[in-house]
Design a protein around this ligand. Sequence first.
Ligand code: NAP
Length: 291
Amino acid sequence: MVILDGKKTSNDLKDEIAIAVAKRRSEGKKIPHLAAILVGTDGASMTYVNSKVKSCEKVGFNSTLIDLPEDTTEDQLLNEIDDLNKDNDIDGFIVQLPLPKQIDEQKVLMAVDPNKDVDGFHPVNVGKMTLDLPTFLPATPYGIMELLKRYKVETSGKNVVVIGRSHIVGRPMSILLSQKRDVGNATVTLVHSRTKNLEEITKEADIIVAALGKAEFLTGDMVKDGVTIIDVGITRVKDDSKKRGYRLAGDVDFESVSKKAGFITPVPGGVGPMTIAMLLKNTLLACENRD
Ligand code: NAP
């Protein structure tokens, strides 16, 4: 069994990005600048945004964190987005999800300039991705593709089962892996909460991407020998033995599944760090596009 080490791979990627930034600097070109908008004080969101900003520093990007209070109105947020759209120094920006309930998420995503949409969530970019056109790929599926590529996991002709159909993970993952591309050409089945006989389907899979957000859902008896497992889930599970009172659990029961898997991502240290690295890669691309 081989561990797909997202931490190491993301550090390799960050080193490559840092070299590209240093080269830009020596050539007198613009330094990439990523902005992040955080609304409210959700613990997990604050952790994610802070590590995104820290990663910017690591690769030599400029970064700006816009921290807005929980009671921010939709109009106020749309104004901030408008400012970032117009700001010539900002190459790309993200609005950390989820948003407080008074704000319509779709309206917000639609307001982001597609050329600065480094999360790849704007309909224009989703459309381009679906049509195999070059664009910003959503960071989590993009990170998974990169991990599969760097570990030379064969996807062509394989049976892939993606569990979960969210717009940010499951749906784009199923599209990308079914496309005629380097890491792709797979026969993809997308399953969700209404799927019947899920276990019969997962047992036939050569590769499983678990993105449903249910701690340790996929167990060893649901998979076949030699399967490749990509665990996207991150759930905080109460654990009094930990100082912070919880542990992070994936969607996969690592203990039983790793005994049968050929390749497997750990949680933490698998898909999570790759997501951040791909956000940086998209920001570098956004900056290069504006050269
Ligand atoms: P989401 O929007 O809540 O979607 C979950 C999906 O799973 C839905 O399509 C749902 O089906 C399906 N589902 C729920 N229960 C199911 C079941 N028992 N059997 C089969 N399918 C089931 O979640 P998400 O945003 O994609 O996130 C999924 C997990 O990944 C979460 O733990 C999240 O924290 C994590 N995540 C990690 C990263 C990272 O960088 N590592 C990034 C994003 C998300 P329906 O559509 O029928 O409701």
